[in-house]
Design a protein around this ligand. Structure first.
Ligand code: ADP
Length: 324
Protein backbone atom coordinates (compact mmCIF):
# COMPACT_ATOMS: atom_id res chain seq x y z
CA UNK A 1 0.00 0.00 0.00
CA UNK A 2 1.91 3.09 -1.25
CA UNK A 3 -0.73 5.76 -1.25
CA UNK A 4 -3.91 5.96 0.78
CA UNK A 5 -6.73 8.42 0.18
CA UNK A 6 -9.24 9.77 2.68
CA UNK A 7 -12.64 11.33 2.03
CA UNK A 8 -15.74 12.40 3.93
CA UNK A 9 -19.09 11.62 2.36
CA UNK A 10 -22.81 12.00 3.01
CA UNK A 11 -24.09 13.85 6.07
CA UNK A 12 -21.34 15.54 8.09
CA UNK A 13 -20.77 15.00 11.79
CA UNK A 14 -18.52 16.43 14.50
CA UNK A 15 -15.36 14.34 14.78
CA UNK A 16 -14.85 13.91 11.03
CA UNK A 17 -11.90 16.33 11.12
CA UNK A 18 -10.34 14.47 14.00
CA UNK A 19 -10.66 11.26 11.96
CA UNK A 20 -9.12 12.88 8.86
CA UNK A 21 -6.24 14.09 11.04
CA UNK A 22 -5.76 10.62 12.42
CA UNK A 23 -5.70 8.97 8.98
CA UNK A 24 -3.24 11.54 7.63
CA UNK A 25 -0.92 11.32 10.64
CA UNK A 26 -1.02 7.52 10.73
CA UNK A 27 -0.03 7.44 7.06
CA UNK A 28 2.88 9.81 7.86
CA UNK A 29 3.89 7.61 10.78
CA UNK A 30 3.80 4.49 8.58
CA UNK A 31 5.63 6.21 5.70
CA UNK A 32 2.70 5.84 3.37
CA UNK A 33 1.67 8.74 1.11
CA UNK A 34 -1.73 10.25 1.82
CA UNK A 35 -4.11 12.09 -0.48
CA UNK A 36 -7.22 13.97 0.54
CA UNK A 37 -10.25 13.68 -1.70
CA UNK A 38 -12.46 16.77 -1.52
CA UNK A 39 -16.29 16.73 -1.76
CA UNK A 40 -16.83 13.00 -1.25
CA UNK A 41 -17.41 10.75 -4.24
CA UNK A 42 -18.06 13.78 -6.45
CA UNK A 43 -14.46 14.88 -5.88
CA UNK A 44 -13.30 11.32 -6.51
CA UNK A 45 -14.96 11.33 -9.92
CA UNK A 46 -13.51 14.75 -10.71
CA UNK A 47 -10.01 14.01 -9.40
CA UNK A 48 -10.23 16.71 -6.71
CA UNK A 49 -7.20 15.37 -4.81
CA UNK A 50 -4.61 17.13 -2.62
CA UNK A 51 -1.48 15.53 -1.15
CA UNK A 52 -1.44 15.65 2.65
CA UNK A 53 1.33 15.50 5.20
CA UNK A 54 1.31 15.50 8.99
CA UNK A 55 1.27 19.31 9.07
CA UNK A 56 -1.70 19.62 6.67
CA UNK A 57 -4.01 18.68 9.52
CA UNK A 58 -2.76 21.04 12.22
CA UNK A 59 -5.44 22.67 14.38
CA UNK A 60 -8.43 20.74 13.08
CA UNK A 61 -9.04 18.21 15.86
CA UNK A 62 -11.28 20.73 17.65
CA UNK A 63 -13.31 21.76 14.59
CA UNK A 64 -16.79 20.58 13.69
CA UNK A 65 -17.81 19.80 10.09
CA UNK A 66 -15.21 18.51 7.65
CA UNK A 67 -12.32 20.43 6.07
CA UNK A 68 -12.58 18.10 3.06
CA UNK A 69 -16.22 19.10 2.51
CA UNK A 70 -18.88 16.51 2.10
CA UNK A 71 -21.24 15.98 -0.79
CA UNK A 72 -23.92 13.74 -2.08
CA UNK A 73 -23.11 12.34 -5.51
CA UNK A 74 -25.71 10.70 -7.75
CA UNK A 75 -23.07 9.83 -10.40
CA UNK A 76 -21.34 7.43 -8.03
CA UNK A 77 -24.52 5.36 -8.00
CA UNK A 78 -23.96 4.59 -11.70
CA UNK A 79 -21.34 2.19 -13.16
CA UNK A 80 -20.14 5.02 -15.45
CA UNK A 81 -19.57 7.35 -12.47
CA UNK A 82 -17.68 4.69 -10.56
CA UNK A 83 -15.58 3.92 -13.66
CA UNK A 84 -14.50 7.56 -13.79
CA UNK A 85 -13.71 7.48 -10.08
CA UNK A 86 -11.60 4.37 -10.54
CA UNK A 87 -9.68 5.94 -13.41
CA UNK A 88 -8.92 9.01 -11.28
CA UNK A 89 -7.70 6.90 -8.35
CA UNK A 90 -5.46 4.77 -10.60
CA UNK A 91 -4.08 7.84 -12.34
CA UNK A 92 -3.18 9.38 -8.98
CA UNK A 93 -1.48 6.15 -7.87
CA UNK A 94 -3.92 5.64 -5.00
CA UNK A 95 -4.09 2.04 -3.83
CA UNK A 96 -6.83 2.20 -1.17
CA UNK A 97 -9.18 4.66 0.52
CA UNK A 98 -10.72 5.39 3.87
CA UNK A 99 -14.25 6.74 3.65
CA UNK A 100 -15.70 8.56 6.63
CA UNK A 101 -19.49 8.64 6.34
CA UNK A 102 -22.76 6.86 6.93
CA UNK A 103 -24.46 3.79 5.50
CA UNK A 104 -25.01 5.37 2.07
CA UNK A 105 -21.32 6.12 1.73
CA UNK A 106 -20.49 2.58 2.84
CA UNK A 107 -22.92 1.10 0.33
CA UNK A 108 -21.11 3.02 -2.41
CA UNK A 109 -17.72 1.89 -1.07
CA UNK A 110 -18.63 -1.78 -0.97
CA UNK A 111 -20.10 -1.73 -4.49
CA UNK A 112 -16.93 -0.02 -5.71
CA UNK A 113 -14.79 -2.57 -3.90
CA UNK A 114 -16.60 -5.47 -5.56
CA UNK A 115 -16.47 -3.91 -9.02
CA UNK A 116 -12.78 -3.02 -9.02
CA UNK A 117 -11.35 -5.13 -6.19
CA UNK A 118 -10.25 -1.80 -4.75
CA UNK A 119 -9.31 -1.75 -1.03
CA UNK A 120 -11.73 0.32 1.10
CA UNK A 121 -12.18 0.81 4.83
CA UNK A 122 -15.05 2.75 6.42
CA UNK A 123 -15.15 4.95 9.51
CA UNK A 124 -18.71 5.58 10.75
CA UNK A 125 -19.32 9.33 10.87
CA UNK A 126 -22.93 10.20 11.65
CA UNK A 127 -24.67 11.74 14.64
CA UNK A 128 -27.54 9.24 14.42
CA UNK A 129 -25.59 6.26 15.81
CA UNK A 130 -27.52 4.12 13.35
CA UNK A 131 -24.81 1.78 12.09
CA UNK A 132 -24.35 -1.84 13.07
CA UNK A 133 -20.90 -3.01 14.20
CA UNK A 134 -20.13 -0.11 16.49
CA UNK A 135 -21.56 0.98 19.82
CA UNK A 136 -20.84 4.60 18.90
CA UNK A 137 -20.57 6.46 15.62
CA UNK A 138 -18.45 9.60 15.34
CA UNK A 139 -20.44 12.67 16.24
CA UNK A 140 -23.13 10.96 18.28
CA UNK A 141 -21.65 11.96 21.63
CA UNK A 142 -21.16 15.57 20.55
CA UNK A 143 -24.69 15.81 19.17
CA UNK A 144 -26.06 14.29 22.35
CA UNK A 145 -24.30 16.92 24.45
CA UNK A 146 -25.53 19.68 22.15
CA UNK A 147 -29.11 18.44 22.50
CA UNK A 148 -28.89 18.16 26.28
CA UNK A 149 -27.52 21.69 26.46
CA UNK A 150 -30.37 22.96 24.27
CA UNK A 151 -33.03 21.15 26.32
CA UNK A 152 -31.58 22.59 29.55
CA UNK A 153 -32.10 26.04 28.07
CA UNK A 154 -35.60 25.24 26.86
CA UNK A 155 -36.43 23.96 30.32
CA UNK A 156 -35.50 27.33 31.84
CA UNK A 157 -38.05 29.10 29.72
CA UNK A 158 -40.58 26.25 29.98
CA UNK A 159 -40.58 26.41 33.76
CA UNK A 160 -40.77 30.20 33.84
CA UNK A 161 -44.02 30.07 31.86
CA UNK A 162 -45.42 26.72 33.02
CA UNK A 163 -45.24 25.39 29.51
CA UNK A 164 -45.09 22.01 27.86
CA UNK A 165 -42.45 21.75 25.13
CA UNK A 166 -42.21 19.17 22.38
CA UNK A 167 -38.54 19.10 21.35
CA UNK A 168 -37.80 17.33 18.08
CA UNK A 169 -34.30 15.86 17.76
CA UNK A 170 -32.49 14.17 14.87
CA UNK A 171 -31.81 10.44 14.54
CA UNK A 172 -33.49 9.39 11.30
CA UNK A 173 -35.02 5.94 11.94
CA UNK A 174 -33.44 5.40 15.35
CA UNK A 175 -33.99 6.91 18.78
CA UNK A 176 -30.48 6.92 20.25
CA UNK A 177 -30.17 10.70 20.49
CA UNK A 178 -33.73 11.09 21.76
CA UNK A 179 -33.49 8.38 24.41
CA UNK A 180 -30.08 9.39 25.75
CA UNK A 181 -30.79 13.13 25.63
CA UNK A 182 -34.21 12.58 27.18
CA UNK A 183 -32.74 10.70 30.13
CA UNK A 184 -29.85 13.16 30.52
CA UNK A 185 -32.07 16.23 30.37
CA UNK A 186 -34.83 14.77 32.54
CA UNK A 187 -37.59 14.72 29.93
CA UNK A 188 -41.08 13.73 31.06
CA UNK A 189 -41.64 11.58 27.98
CA UNK A 190 -39.44 10.33 25.17
CA UNK A 191 -40.96 9.27 21.86
CA UNK A 192 -38.68 6.99 19.85
CA UNK A 193 -39.23 4.92 16.68
CA UNK A 194 -38.30 1.68 18.46
CA UNK A 195 -41.27 1.93 20.77
CA UNK A 196 -44.71 3.27 20.02
CA UNK A 197 -46.41 3.77 23.34
CA UNK A 198 -49.40 5.37 21.73
CA UNK A 199 -50.93 8.78 22.21
CA UNK A 200 -53.16 7.67 25.09
CA UNK A 201 -50.16 6.86 27.19
CA UNK A 202 -48.65 10.26 26.37
CA UNK A 203 -51.81 12.04 27.51
CA UNK A 204 -51.98 9.87 30.60
CA UNK A 205 -48.38 10.61 31.49
CA UNK A 206 -48.84 14.36 31.00
CA UNK A 207 -52.05 14.31 33.04
CA UNK A 208 -50.25 12.49 35.83
CA UNK A 209 -47.33 14.93 35.74
CA UNK A 210 -49.68 17.84 36.14
CA UNK A 211 -51.53 16.14 38.99
CA UNK A 212 -48.35 15.37 40.87
CA UNK A 213 -47.40 19.01 40.79
CA UNK A 214 -45.16 19.42 37.75
CA UNK A 215 -45.78 22.83 36.26
CA UNK A 216 -43.73 22.43 33.10
CA UNK A 217 -42.77 19.46 30.96
CA UNK A 218 -40.38 18.48 28.20
CA UNK A 219 -41.25 15.74 25.73
CA UNK A 220 -38.37 14.67 23.49
CA UNK A 221 -39.53 13.43 20.09
CA UNK A 222 -37.21 11.54 17.74
CA UNK A 223 -37.71 12.68 14.14
CA UNK A 224 -38.60 9.11 13.10
CA UNK A 225 -41.02 8.41 15.94
CA UNK A 226 -43.99 6.20 15.18
CA UNK A 227 -46.93 8.06 16.70
CA UNK A 228 -47.92 9.00 13.16
CA UNK A 229 -47.87 12.69 14.10
CA UNK A 230 -45.12 15.24 13.72
CA UNK A 231 -44.29 17.60 16.60
CA UNK A 232 -46.72 20.28 15.41
CA UNK A 233 -49.54 17.75 15.13
CA UNK A 234 -48.63 16.43 18.58
CA UNK A 235 -48.96 19.97 19.94
CA UNK A 236 -52.42 20.31 18.40
CA UNK A 237 -53.44 16.89 19.67
CA UNK A 238 -52.42 17.65 23.24
CA UNK A 239 -54.00 21.11 23.15
CA UNK A 240 -57.24 19.53 22.01
CA UNK A 241 -57.29 16.58 24.42
CA UNK A 242 -55.55 18.11 27.40
CA UNK A 243 -56.24 21.83 27.47
CA UNK A 244 -54.46 22.25 30.80
CA UNK A 245 -51.13 22.91 29.11
CA UNK A 246 -49.70 25.86 27.22
CA UNK A 247 -47.83 23.92 24.53
CA UNK A 248 -44.83 24.97 22.43
CA UNK A 249 -42.65 23.22 19.86
CA UNK A 250 -38.91 23.43 19.30
CA UNK A 251 -37.28 21.68 16.35
CA UNK A 252 -33.55 21.70 17.05
CA UNK A 253 -32.54 21.00 13.43
CA UNK A 254 -29.05 21.28 11.99
CA UNK A 255 -27.41 22.84 15.02
CA UNK A 256 -27.24 19.23 16.23
CA UNK A 257 -24.72 18.39 13.52
CA UNK A 258 -22.33 21.24 14.27
CA UNK A 259 -19.96 22.41 16.95
CA UNK A 260 -16.58 21.33 18.26
CA UNK A 261 -16.42 17.56 18.82
CA UNK A 262 -16.54 16.30 22.39
CA UNK A 263 -13.44 14.78 23.98
CA UNK A 264 -15.05 11.37 23.52
CA UNK A 265 -15.51 11.88 19.77
CA UNK A 266 -11.95 13.21 19.35
CA UNK A 267 -10.47 10.19 21.09
CA UNK A 268 -12.73 7.80 19.19
CA UNK A 269 -11.83 9.45 15.86
CA UNK A 270 -8.12 9.21 16.63
CA UNK A 271 -8.41 5.52 17.48
CA UNK A 272 -10.55 4.72 14.44
CA UNK A 273 -8.22 6.53 12.02
CA UNK A 274 -5.22 4.53 13.23
CA UNK A 275 -7.13 1.25 12.89
CA UNK A 276 -8.37 2.13 9.40
CA UNK A 277 -4.89 2.82 8.03
CA UNK A 278 -3.39 -0.20 9.77
CA UNK A 279 -6.11 -2.39 8.28
CA UNK A 280 -5.43 -1.15 4.74
CA UNK A 281 -1.69 -1.62 5.15
CA UNK A 282 -2.32 -5.16 6.44
CA UNK A 283 -4.21 -5.90 3.21
CA UNK A 284 -7.67 -5.88 4.75
CA UNK A 285 -10.58 -4.48 2.82
CA UNK A 286 -14.33 -3.94 2.73
CA UNK A 287 -14.45 -3.51 6.51
CA UNK A 288 -15.76 -0.82 8.83
CA UNK A 289 -13.96 0.28 11.98
CA UNK A 290 -16.11 0.30 15.10
CA UNK A 291 -15.94 0.33 18.86
CA UNK A 292 -17.45 -2.51 20.87
CA UNK A 293 -16.80 -2.92 24.61
CA UNK A 294 -14.13 -0.22 24.27
CA UNK A 295 -12.20 -2.34 21.75
CA UNK A 296 -11.59 -0.99 18.27
CA UNK A 297 -12.88 -3.72 15.97
CA UNK A 298 -13.51 -4.39 12.27
CA UNK A 299 -16.86 -5.52 10.86
CA UNK A 300 -17.61 -6.37 7.21
CA UNK A 301 -19.22 -3.30 5.61
CA UNK A 302 -21.95 -5.57 4.23
CA UNK A 303 -23.00 -6.34 7.82
CA UNK A 304 -22.59 -2.78 9.05
CA UNK A 305 -25.06 -1.43 6.51
CA UNK A 306 -27.61 -4.18 7.03
CA UNK A 307 -28.68 -3.29 10.55
CA UNK A 308 -28.66 -0.76 13.36
CA UNK A 309 -27.17 -0.94 16.80
CA UNK A 310 -30.20 -1.80 18.90
CA UNK A 311 -31.66 0.67 21.33
CA UNK A 312 -30.49 0.13 24.88
CA UNK A 313 -33.42 -1.63 26.61
CA UNK A 314 -31.96 -1.07 30.03
CA UNK A 315 -31.92 2.66 29.32
CA UNK A 316 -35.55 2.53 28.16
CA UNK A 317 -36.41 0.99 31.53
CA UNK A 318 -34.39 3.60 33.40
CA UNK A 319 -36.21 6.28 31.45
CA UNK A 320 -39.59 4.75 32.38
CA UNK A 321 -38.64 4.77 36.05
CA UNK A 322 -37.32 8.33 35.96
CA UNK A 323 -40.54 9.67 34.47
CA UNK A 324 -42.73 8.45 37.31
P1 ADP B 1 -24.63 8.82 4.32
O1 ADP B 1 -23.29 8.26 3.95
O2 ADP B 1 -24.51 9.89 5.35
O3 ADP B 1 -25.62 7.73 4.66
P2 ADP B 1 -25.93 9.22 1.69
O4 ADP B 1 -26.94 8.16 1.89
O5 ADP B 1 -26.37 10.50 1.10
O6 ADP B 1 -25.18 9.62 3.06
O7 ADP B 1 -24.76 8.63 0.79
C1 ADP B 1 -23.63 9.41 0.47
C2 ADP B 1 -23.16 9.09 -0.91
O8 ADP B 1 -22.80 7.71 -1.01
C3 ADP B 1 -24.20 9.29 -2.01
O9 ADP B 1 -24.35 10.62 -2.40
C4 ADP B 1 -23.62 8.45 -3.13
O10 ADP B 1 -22.57 9.12 -3.78
C5 ADP B 1 -23.03 7.27 -2.35
N1 ADP B 1 -24.01 6.17 -2.36
C6 ADP B 1 -25.10 6.01 -1.57
N2 ADP B 1 -25.81 4.92 -1.91
C7 ADP B 1 -25.15 4.37 -2.97
C8 ADP B 1 -25.37 3.23 -3.81
N3 ADP B 1 -26.43 2.41 -3.63
N4 ADP B 1 -24.48 2.99 -4.79
C9 ADP B 1 -23.41 3.78 -4.98
N5 ADP B 1 -23.15 4.88 -4.24
C10 ADP B 1 -24.00 5.17 -3.24
Amino acid sequence: MHKIAVLTSGGDSPGMNAAIRSVVRTCAYMNVECMAIYRGYQGMIEGDFVAMNARSVNNIINKGGTILKSARCEDFKTPEGRKKAHEQLVQAGISGFVVIGGDGSFTGATIFNKEYDFPVIGIPGTIDNDIFGTRYTLGFDTALNTVVDAIDKIRDTASSHNRLFFVEVMGRDVGHIALNAGVAAGAEEILIPEENLGLDRLLESLRRSKKTGKSSSIVVVAEGDKTGKNVFELKEYVEEHLPIYDVRVSVLGHMQRGGPPSAFDRVLASRMGVKAVEALIAGKTNLMVGIIDNEIVLTPIAEAIKGHTKIDRELVRVSDIMTI
